[in-house]
Design a protein around this ligand. Structure first.
Ligand code: FES
Ligand code: FES
Length: 216
């Protein structure tokens, strides 16, 4: 007999199929048992809890270091996470508002390295190593920022939803030197929409802070 020739099967036809089925079943079972035996227990538990998405998210996150309102944060974020979602969802800094989530309303304005930025249009991973200031970081302890005080003094808000973004933009507007006239303020604040129409009072508040000449 040639080495590659198999000996004829000694069983009757039906019995033979039965035996071959048994062998296949045995091999399947033993492979399955081996796979289970070799799988780490935490992974089995994770699979039981249908945590595959969580596992995928774990391996797909990117380390990011940020200074937010003077405090260092070492975080892991998904590459698609916006700065706005990181602040609100991961860090509970909900003072920064989500209005349109599309770069159209200014409600999400924060400062990145001192410049105003729409956090809904900015990926968190792009801010690695940068300094972020949100509305929560503007005051000094109990002492409100001069722009916050001016907004209160001039009733620069009604519902208040746009107000954190307005104030962050207003501070930047003064720092940029774009608050020397009402027209200039209106132009450089035009990216911040107020559905309550508090514009007149917002302009007055910004004007006063600018005229005060304080180092803000
Ligand atoms: S929420 Fe970012 S611009 Fe509207
Ligand atoms: S105060 Fe209500 S949207 Fe501006």
């Amino acid at each position: 007999m040639q080495p590659d020739q198999q000996p004829p099967c000694p069983h009757e036809e039906n019995a033979c199929d039965h035996k071959h089925d048994d062998r296949r079943t045995f091999l399947k079972k033993s492979s399955f048992l081996a796979a289970v035996a070799l799988t780490p227990a935490p992974l089995i538990k994770a699979a039981e809890k249908k945590a595959d998405e969580k596992i995928a998210a774990y391996f797909e996150t990117v380390p990011v270091n940020l200074e937010i309102n003077g405090k260092q944060h070492s975080l892991k974020v998904e590459p698609r996470t916006t700065l706005l979602d990181l602040l609100r969802e991961q860090l509970d800094l909900t003072g920064t508002k989500k209005g349109c989530d599309w770069g159209q309303c200014g409600a999400c304005t924060v400062h990145v390295n001192g410049k105003r930025v729409l956090s809904c249009l900015s990926l968190a991973v792009m801010q690695d190593g940068k300094k972020i200031t949100t509305i929560e970081g503007l005051a000094s302890g109990e002492q409100l920022h001069p722009m916050q005080e001016a907004f209160i003094k001039y009733d620069g808000f009604q519902c208040g939803y746009c107000t954190p973004g307005q104030i962050m933009s207003a501070v930047a507007c003064v720092r940029e030197g774009h608050a020397h006239s009402e027209d200039q303020i209106r132009e450089y604040m035009s990216g911040n929409i107020c559905r309550c129409g508090a514009y007149r009072n917002i302009v007055d508040a910004i004007s006063e802070v600018n005229k005060g000449g304080q180092n803000i």
